[in-house]
Write a protein that binds this ligand. Structure first.
Ligand code: TYM
Length: 334
C-alpha cells in the first residue's frame, strides 16, 4: 500500500521554496487520499546550533505553516520527530548499515561543512542515516521533496537494499523520491543559479511565508532578470536562469505548466510580467500567512496537535522498530 512520508527542518522561517517544493505538494498528496505522514524534524535541526527558545518557536511556527498550507492534522499524521523516539533508535541501526564511503559522497554535507569539516558536528555527517530512518520507520513508499533532497532519498534506497540483503529479508521498501512540478528547485531572486534558501544572508533573495504583501511585491519587482521579452515556449528559457525561475514560480503558484504560462505571457516584458507575478504571489500567500499568525496565537493548541500526531505515528513506528530489532538479533524480553 502506498504511504507518503516527508519532513521539514524547524531551523528558521519557511520560504517560498519550502512551500512550492514541499508544503503545497504535501497537501495535494493528502487530498489525493493516500496515507500521509509529515514530520517537523527537530532532531535534524540540531545538527547545526539552534537556540533552544528559537527552536521551540520555529517548531510551532512550522506546524502552523503545515496546517495553513492545507495539511489537516486529522487527515494526515503531523508531529515533531523528537516525540517519536523510534526515529533515533532506527537511525542507530542505519548508522551501522550505511558505509562511510556513501556518506562521504553526500553533496549537502560537503556544501554545509565546506573547508571546516573538522569543526562540524558528527550529527551533520550522520544526518542522512537519520533521514533514512524517518522514511523507513513507516515503510513509506513515496517521499515528496525538492530537488536538493534527491541524493538523500537515493541513499535511503541504498540503506534499505543493503539491510534487506545483509539480513536476507524483504523488509524495508525501496522508496521513490517524488520530485514533480514546475518548482522542484526554486532559485534565489538575486541569482537564478543559486537555490532559494532560508540561510542566504540576503533577505531580498527569498520570499518568506511571513512576508507581508508590500514586501513580496517589492522583492519581485527587484528580482534579477534579463532585458529580453518572455519567450512563447519553455525552450526559450533554457539559457535564462533568472527568467526561468520567475516563470516556474508563476506556473507552480497557478497550477499551470510552464508552456501554458508562456502561451499567455509570451512576448511580454518583465515590467509587465512582474506585477502579474506579484499579484498572484500575494493572492496565494497572504491567506497562508494570515492563518499562520492566527494559529500562532494558541501555541498550547499546536503542542496538543503535535502530541496527538506523535501518538498516532508511534502506532505505526513501534511495531516496525520491534521487527527490525528482531531481524538484527536483539534479545527482547516479554
Ligand atoms: P529542508 O528542511 O531543507 O526543506 C524542506 C523541503 O523543502 C524543499 N525545499 C525546496 N524545494 C524547492 N526549491 C527550494 N528552493 C527549496 N528549498 C527547500 C526541500 O527539498 C524539502 O523537501 N533533509 C530534509 C528534511 C527531512 C526529510 C526527511 C525530508 C528530514 N527527514 C525525510 C523527507 C523525508 C531537509 O533538510 O529539508
Amino acid at each position: 500500500t502506498p504511504r507518503v512520508f516527508s519532513g521539514i527542518q524547524p531551523s528558521g522561517g519557511l520560504t517560498l521554496g519550502n512551500y512550492l517544493g514541499a508544503l503545497k505538494r504535501f497537501a495535494q498528496a493528502q487530498d489525493s487520499g493516500i496515507e500521509t505522514i509529515y514530520c517537523m524534524v527537530d532532531l535534524h535541526a540540531i545538527t547545526v546550533w539552534q537556540d533552544p527558545d528559537a527552536l521551540r518557536r520555529q517548531t510551532r511556527e512550522l506546524a502552523a505553516g503545515f496546517i495553513a498550507s492545507g495539511v489537516d492534522p486529522e487527515r494526515s499524521i503531523l508531529f515533531n520527530q523528537s516525540q517519536v523516539p523510534e526515529h533515533a533508535q532506527l537511525a542507530w541501526i542505519f548508522n551501522c548499515v550505511a558505509r562511510l564511503g556513501w556518506m562521504n559522497r553526500m553533496t549537502q554535507f560537503k556544501d554545509k561543512a565546506g573547508k571546516n569539516a573538522e569543526k562540524v558536528s558528527l550529527g551533520l555527517y550522520a544526518y542522512p542515516a537519520l533521514m533514512a530512518a524517518d522514511i523507513l520507520l513507516y515503510h513509506a513508499t513515496q517521499v515528496p521533496v525538492g530537488e536538493d533532497q534527491k541524493q538523500h532519498v537515493e541513499l535511503t534506497r541504498d540503506i534499505a537494499a543493503k539491510f534487506n540483503h545483509d539480513y536476507g529479508v524483504d523488509f524495508f521498501p525501496i522508496t521513490e523520491p517524488v520530485i514533480e512540478g514546475a518548482a522542484t528547485r526554486v532559485m534565489s531572486l538575486r541569482d537564478g543559479t543559486k537555490k532559494m534558501s532560508k540561510s542566504d544572508p540576503s533577505d531580498a533573495s527569498r520570499i518568506n511565508m511571513t512576508d507581508d504583501a508590500d514586501t513580496i511585491a517589492k522583492k519581485i519587482r527587484k528580482a534579477k532578470t534579463d532585458a529580453e521579452a518572455l519567450p512563447s515556449e519553455a525552450k526559450g528559457l533554457e539559457e535564462r536562469a533568472d527568467a526561468r525561475n520567475l516563470v516556474n514560480i508563476y506556473a507552480a503558484l497557478s497550477d499551470m505548466t510552464v508552456d501554458q504560462v508562456l502561451a499567455d505571457v509570451g512576448g511580454k516584458q518583465f515590467s509587465e510580467f512582474k506585477p502579474m507575478l506579484a499579484d498572484l504571489a500575494v493572492a496565494k500567500l497572504s491567506p497562508i500567512s494570515t492563518e499562520m499568525s492566527r494559529l500562532m496565537r494558541d501555541p498550547a493548541e499546536i503542542d496538543r496537535l503535535l502530541g496527538a500526531g506523535a501518538k498516532r505515528a508511534r502506532t505505526i513506528a513501534t511495531p516496525i522498530l520491534e521487527k527490525t530489532y528482531d531481524i538484527v538479533g536483539m534479545v527482547r524480553s516479554a
